[in-house]
Design a protein around this ligand. Structure first.
Ligand SMILES: [Zn+2]
Length: 141
């Protein structure tokens, strides 16, 4: 089983844009998918297995070098956990929708709006790319 990063000095890093090749990307995504499934996660960012690049998976959506195009105005709160923070649940307020421009796993440019639970997972993973964690967004309980 692949270890999930729990070291804060690593998790706090700002990830940089992905600039590698398609085959390097598929190797990285393979490792990320394995780590996510082994740990029963619904999302994972590359930083969580030690690679500070802007690559993440959110509910089966592969998202690379995302740019936020539009953030919904309606707030939604839900209880979130994180593979990097065992036994920690935080009530986090996010937006109910988010529109992104990003590269998919074939490095094709995409533009998509994610809503509801998808939007929660996407915003959680985007936070990882910026070195942010759920404990920054609410009280742990
Ligand atoms: Zn997380």
């Amino acid at each position: 089983m692949r270890e999930i990063e729990k070291d804060f000095t690593q998790l706090r890093l700002q990830s940089v844009d992905w600039e590698g090749t398609q085959s390097e990307l598929h190797k990285l995504l393979g490792k990320m998918k394995t780590a996510m499934k082994d740990n029963n996660g619904v999302g994972i960012a590359a930083i969580q297995i030690g690679f500070p690049v802007r690559v993440c998976i959110a509910n089966d959506h592969v998202i690379i070098n995302p740019k936020i195009k539009k953030l919904g105005s309606i707030p939604q709160a839900s209880d979130e956990g994180c593979l990097s923070l065992p036994n920690t649940i935080v009530r986090v307020k996010r937006k109910h929708s988010i529109e992104l421009e990003y590269l998919d796993e074939n490095l094709n440019l995409k533009r998509q709006t994610f809503k509801k639970y998808d939007a929660v997972v996407v915003q959680h993973e985007l936070d990882h790319l910026n070195g942010k964690l759920i404990i920054d967004r609410g009280k742990k309980y």
